[in-house]
Design a protein. Structure first.
Length: 312
C-alpha cells in the first residue's frame, strides 16, 4: 500500500462511557479531572480528526454484560467502530450462552473478543482457576480473542496461562503495564522483571500485545518519548511488529497526553522500522487478530449509546 505522512491506522484500544448508564467509580475527581466526564462518539470523532484512524476497537470498562450490549449497539450505529472487546463472566459455566446472547442483539457481529480484568484480582492463583480457564477456552471456542489487562507483577502467571492454553488467542493490553514511573519524574522504574516476563509471554505464539496505555504508566506530568523507548524497543524485540498493535487507551490516556501527542510519540518510536513493519503495528496486526471488517472515516453523531481499578 502507499504510505503518506499519516498512515492508515486502527486504534485497537479505546473506551466510551456515559456515566449515568455506566458508572466509572474508579475515577477520582480530584486527581483524574481530565476524564471525570462522559465520552461519546462525538468526542471520539473529535479526537480522531487528522490522525489517520479509519477504524477502532472499543473495549469494555466495567465488568458488566449490560455495558457490552450497549457497546455492540453503539458499534452498529457508529461506522468507525469496527470491533468490540466486551465482558462476560468467565468463571460462569454459561459462557457460551452469554456470547450467544451478545451476538444475537444489535451489533452482535461486531463482537471481536472478551476481556478479563485480571488487574483487579489479588489472589496469586486467579489465572490457574479451573473455572476461569474453562471459560477462557469457551470464549476461544466461539472464535473470539481473549484480552488480558494486568498489573506487571501478574505477568509470570500470564506467561503460565498462555503457555498452557496454546489454542487460545490472547491479547496483552498495554504491554502488561510496565513500571515506567520512577521514584521521581526524572527517572523510570526498574524494567528488568517486566522484561523477563514479557520474553516468556512472547515465546508463546498465541499472544499479541498492544502498544497502548504507556503514558499513564509513566509520570503523567513529565513523561517523554525517550522514557518510553526502553519498553517499546523491548516489546518490538520480543514480539516483533507483526504481533504488536497500536492503541490509544483514550480517554484514559488524557490523564497524561492528548490523542495526537501519543500518535506523534509512537510515530517517533517506530521510525527505525521498515514501512511494512510500521504498517503492521499501525493497523495490519489489529485487522488480523480481531478479524475486523472494512473501515471508514468517522463522522460526528447526534445520538449517543446508551471495581475500583481503572479499566485501561
Amino acid at each position: 500500500m502507499t504510505h503518506t505522512a499519516v498512515p492508515d491506522r486502527i486504534d485497537a484500544h479505546h473506551h466510551l462511557w456515559v456515566r449515568a448508564r455506566t458508572p466509572q467509580p474508579w475515577i477520582d475527581p480530584g486527581t483524574m479531572g481530565a476524564i471525570d466526564a462522559d465520552f461519546t462518539p462525538d468526542d471520539l470523532a473529535e479526537a480522531l480528526a487528522g490522525q489517520g484512524v479509519t477504524g477502532t476497537v472499543v473495549v469494555q470498562s466495567v465488568p458488566e454484560e449490560a455495558e457490552t450490549v450497549g457497546l455492540l449497539d453503539l458499534a452498529a450505529r457508529t461506522p468507525v467502530v469496527r470491533g468490540v472487546v466486551g465482558w462476560v463472566d468467565l468463571a460462569d459455566a454459561g459462557v457460551a450462552d452469554a456470547v450467544a446472547r451478545l451476538r444475537s442483539g444489535p451489533g452482535g457481529a461486531h463482537l471481536a473478543g472478551v476481556r478479563s480484568m485480571v488487574q483487579a484480582e489479588h489472589h496469586p492463583g486467579y489465572l490457574d482457576r479451573p473455572d476461569l480457564r474453562r471459560g477462557i477456552r469457551a470464549v476461544a471456542g466461539e472464535g473470539l480473542v481473549v484480552d488480558l489487562v494486568t498489573r506487571h507483577d501478574q505477568l509470570p502467571a500470564v506467561a503460565r496461562l498462555v503457555r498452557e492454553l496454546p489454542e487460545v488467542p490472547f491479547v496483552l493490553d498495554h504491554l502488561g503495564k510496565p513500571p515506567l514511573a520512577g521514584p521521581d519524574p526524572t527517572t523510570t522504574g526498574d524494567l528488568a522483571g517486566w522484561a523477563a516476563a514479557i520474553d516468556e509471554i512472547a515465546a508463546a505464539p498465541n499472544v499479541t500485545a498492544k502498544l497502548s496505555g504507556l503514558v499513564t504508566e509513566a509520570s503523567w506530568s513529565d513523561w517523554s518519548a525517550e522514557g518510553l523507548r526502553p519498553a517499546v524497543d523491548h516489546a518490538l524485540g520480543a514480539f516483533g511488529p507483526e504481533r504488536l498493535m497500536y492503541g490509544s487507551d483514550w480517554p484514559v490516556s488524557l490523564l497524561a497526553a492528548r490523542y495526537d501527542r501519543w500518535t506523534d510519540t509512537l510515530t517517533a518510536l517506530l521510525a527505525a522500522l521498515s514501512p511494512a513493519e510500521q504498517d503492521a503495528v499501525w493497523q495490519a496486526t489489529a485487522r488480523r487478530v480481531y478479524g475486523l471488517p472494512g473501515t471508514t472515516l468517522p463522522a460526528p453523531m447526534t445520538e449517543h449509546p446508551t471495581e475500583e481499578e481503572d479499566p485501561a
